[in-house]
Design a binder for this molecule. Sequence first.
Ligand SMILES: Nc1nc2c([nH]c(=O)n2[C@@H]2O[C@H](COP(=O)(O)OP(=O)(O)OP(=O)(O)O)[C@@H](O)[C@H]2O)c(=O)[nH]1
Ligand SMILES: [Mg+2]
Length: 313
Amino acid sequence: MSTEPTPAITVVAAIIRGEDGRICLSKRPDHKHQGGRWEFPGGKVEPGERLDEALARELYEELGMASSLSSPFMTIAHQYPDLHVTLHFRDVTGWRGVPTGREGQQVAWFALSDLAELSFPAANQPVVTAIMLPPCLAIVPDTIELNTLLTGIERLDSMQTGVYLRAWSQHPARERILETCRRAGVRVWLRADSPLGMAGGMPEGVFGLHLPASVLMGCSRRPDFSGVVSAACHDQQALDKAVSLGLDSALISPVNPTTTHPDQPALGWERAGQWACGLPLACYMLGGVGPEDICLAREHGAVGVAGIRAFWS
Ligand SMILES: Nc1nc2c([nH]c(=O)n2[C@@H]2O[C@H](COP(=O)(O)OP(=O)(O)OP(=O)(O)O)[C@@H](O)[C@H]2O)c(=O)[nH]1
Ligand SMILES: [Mg+2]
């Protein structure tokens, strides 16, 4: 048996969003590692290169794009049978030129709704799910007044913010709340009451099922739900469990001290970031954070922020 260690490489890859929201992908040549699959354009980071420099170089070499500005989106560590990759996916925010396959590779733009049909390298599934998620998750307080909630939902930017209706199933106006979200095009998460999901099934059009920590730890498999499944994680054991169940997303908390959970010591950004970075699921930072912290959250391995007070006052 060979005792050679598996080679390890660091890769940067670009999430290039067109003005119409479509994503630019290229097809890996058949003879390459993970050949014939669609990829986020990019490649190996050279020694001494910063991630943004490496991505700008790769995008110029592969697609002829100049002056690319980029910021962190998600990092995934993945073990292939023959290779260990650390993939740094970055949002490309500024470029010139039309992306063109300069190495003979096919390049195309895809709507988010088409991505699920494409074949990607095995490491990519978590990032494909993550780009369909809003960067903010507004958790609805249990005691909010109905009109404040309905007006608040109507005012949200539905591309930017999804809503977690934590106490929805007990709410007397639950159908009206859900209908307001549907009309506003806001993506909705509901809470799982048990490891099986929601008693009585999920209403039509619900985007996400969220598992409180106690429910998560009682799950022996991913709940049956065709949408996104997320979980509340206050420690590494919970994150390990979320990964082992193949969940899509985790809410890591509390990052900062909060008035809602004064008894829980805050993790701080550094520790929360060490937990999130490299995981094959989309993490949201929760606890004393708001939309102004999206960049900070992404620098610490999360795709966005979740909060209660920051969204409804
Ligand atoms: N660019 C890119 N590479 C990915 C993705 N997902 C993924 O697993 N990889 C893996 O990361 C590695 C990236 O290598 P690459 O072939 O793009 O590297 P490169 O552009 O520097 O090419 P070269 O080796 O021909 O110089 C490959 O092993 C590839 O399978 C992805 O979405 N984009
Ligand atoms: Mg490449």
